[in-house]
Ligand binder design. Structure first.
Ligand SMILES: [Zn+2]
Length: 108
């Protein structure tokens, strides 16, 4: 990963973090959620999802945490190298899966 690739990746991650944080903040403010499910199973789904979070899912919260960690990682000496085997992770993989710190072999 060269400098311009690293910059582009950090920009990509930064934008994704911004999007997720906007969802998270909107959620804490509690905004108007006027969905009115008209059957029992839809009401059940709504209860489950609002227990986790109404607009940002648990998976997205985890993604946010991992993106922030990887943003720091990209500024470190280990940036772009697999956490497990130490080989360089191909840049297209980092672009496709910006939350990863593993090469394809170690991720499997
Ligand atoms: Zn590896």
């Amino acid at each position: 990963m060269n400098n311009s690739e690293s910059r582009a990746l950090k920009k990509q991650i930064g934008e994704r973090i911004e999007t997720l944080e906007r969802l998270l903040i909107g959620d804490q403010e509690g905004g108007g959620d006027d969905r009115q499910p008209d059957d029992e199973s839809a009401r059940m789904d709504l209860t489950i999802s609002s227990a986790v979070n109404s607009r940002i899912t648990l998976a997205e919260k985890q993604e946010l945490t991992r993106l922030k960690a990887n943003l720091l990682w990209l500024d470190s000496d280990d940036a772009g190298f697999c956490e497990t085997c130490g080989r360089e992770i191909p840049y297209p993989r980092l672009q496709a899966v910006p939350v990863t710190r593993l090469c394809i072999d170690c991720a499997q």
